[in-house]
Design a binder for this molecule. Structure first.
Ligand code: SF4
Length: 450
């Protein structure tokens, strides 16, 4: 290890990032997953060298925090000794069920591998910013639609043959669909788009390319996007990730999520130990802060699911904790000004009715906002004035009001009661909270920061 990254870059195992909670590393297994025994070992390393809490990110990478330069070096050595090969270079991501999903239109792994090799041959590895990403989605039951990607290729059945629907620069709601490509054209098109991004510099992303540039670069490679309704149908038909899945080889996989994106390393290790006893062969970190246990029988899947509930994992797609993000906070993080997980647990448990799918709540131990740099419907942020409330902003935004941590439960109750009273028919909870945010701020507190 010879450097420490600034915030905003991608903290590889060999290049940790400085946070308010010491150094952070992020790792993605090269093969997609690790053996359950290796995960037990990794949890032990995280406990010995980090703050004892492990995270799975929204994109499905493992994060370990609270490291020092010396302990980060030791962790890297132990990961190596555990036989966990980690991904490097431009991320070319596939879904966690890639190649074993009975519903996928095409196995995305060969195309992903060919794109990785082509990007390397084109000399692009050092010329792209650290967040530039390609997603190759086999079109199966685990949707990758919500994830941002510079280039996204999604398999669809078009006129009886699998093709790749190509888009650039966003997630499903903010993407530019370019049309269809075959496998060979997909490789060339991905390289050309990323070469054009590299020309713009290390801070550029594919969203910076205008329409006429894209047309000039890949216009001859793509076929017209005439299959919109079919591809939209395939997206809508996909199932939520959580639960027990029957795979193409007849075995079962259990998918669980980490509440608030993190769990004590000991709880993850215990799940992995039980997975070993039940015959699991692999555990894959997965998008939306989940983990997928592979190689189970249906009965073993049910048994492990019961254990996961007892250990505190999220196993039900209706669990409100899926819509709350919290950093480790106090006492795990030295910069934490509030006990984030206690607040987050209380909020999700007491106000489940708020979580109609439209609301995201972020509980941050301080203004650094490590767990969720983006905007949330409500952000509760630890501050020397108490807990700050931010509506439709980030942990760094100016709070509209403050309250003492010990009074927070009553404040939540007032906000929930207000939403119940003010919510119009056909209005989402998020839209209602946005509309009444100033009212909510008044019920939350009467204090104002200078
Ligand atoms: S946001 Fe949370 S994890 Fe990050 S430094 Fe602040 S308290 Fe620590």
């Amino acid at each position: 290890m010879n450097a420490i990254l600034r915030r905003g870059a991608c903290p590889a195992l060999s290049l940790p990032m400085q946070t308010g909670d010491g150094l952070l590393v992020r790792l993605s297994p090269l093969s997609g997953g690790v053996t359950p025994a290796a995960l037990v070992g990794l949890c032990g390393s995280a406990r010995r060298h980090g703050n004892g809490i492990m995270e799975v990110t929204q994109r499905g990478s493992i994060q370990i925090r609270g490291l020092t330069p010396a302990s980060a070096r030791q962790l890297a050595g132990e990961v190596n000794a555990l036989g966990i090969a980690v991904r490097s270079g431009v991320p070319v991501e596939t879904g966690p069920l890639a190649g074993i999903d009975p519903d996928e239109v095409a196995d995305p792994r060969p195309l992903a591998e060919a794109i990785r090799a082509a990007l390397e041959s084109a000399g692009l590895l050092g010329r792209l910013g650290p967040k530039v990403t390609v997603i190759v989605d086999g079109g199966g039951r685990v949707a990758m639609d919500a994830l941002l990607a510079d280039v996204k290729l999604t398999a669809v059945q078009a006129n009886g043959e699998p093709l790749w629907r190509m888009s650039v620069g966003g997630d499903a709601s903010a993407t530019r669909a370019l049309g269809f490509v075959g496998q060979t054209e997909a490789i060339v098109a991905a390289v050309r788009v990323l070469e054009a991004v590299a020309e713009l510099g290390l801070h550029a992303r594919a969203r910076d390319l205008d329409h006429s540039s894209l047309n000039r670069i890949i216009g001859t490679l793509v076929r017209e996007d005439q299959e919109g309704p079919a591809s939209i149908r395939s997206i809508l038909a996909r199932q939520p990730l959580l639960g027990i899945h029957t795979l193409a080889n007849g075995s079962s996989a259990l998918s669980v999520a980490l509440p608030f994106g993190s769990m004590p390393a000991d709880a993850i290790a215990e799940l992995a130990r039980q997975a070993v006893e039940l015959g699991a062969i692999e555990i894959r970190p997965a998008p939306r802060r989940a983990m997928l246990v592979l190689g189970l029988s249906p009965d073993a899947g049910s048994l492990l699911q019961g254990s996961a509930v007892k250990l505190g994992f999220v196993t039900d797609a209706g669990d409100p904790r899926l819509h709350v993000v919290a950093c480790p906070g106090r006492p795990a993080c030295g910069s934490g000004l509030v006990e984030t997980r206690t607040l987050a647990e209380g909020f999700a448990r007491q106000y489940a009715s708020l979580f109609d799918g439209s609301v995201t709540v972020h509980v941050s131990g301080c203004a650094k906002g490590c767990a969720h740099p983006g905007t949330a419907t409500l952000t509760l942020v630890g501050d020397n004035n108490g807990v700050g409330l931010v509506a439709n902003g980030t942990a760094r935004s100016r709070p509209v009001g403050y309250i003492a941590a010990e009074d927070i439960s009553g404040a939540f109750e007032r906000i929930a009661a207000l939403v119940e009273k003010e919510r119009r028919s056909n209005e989402t909870a998020a839209a209602c909270l946005t509309r009444i945010s100033m009212l909510a701020a008044q019920t939350f507190t009467t204090q104002e920061q200078d």
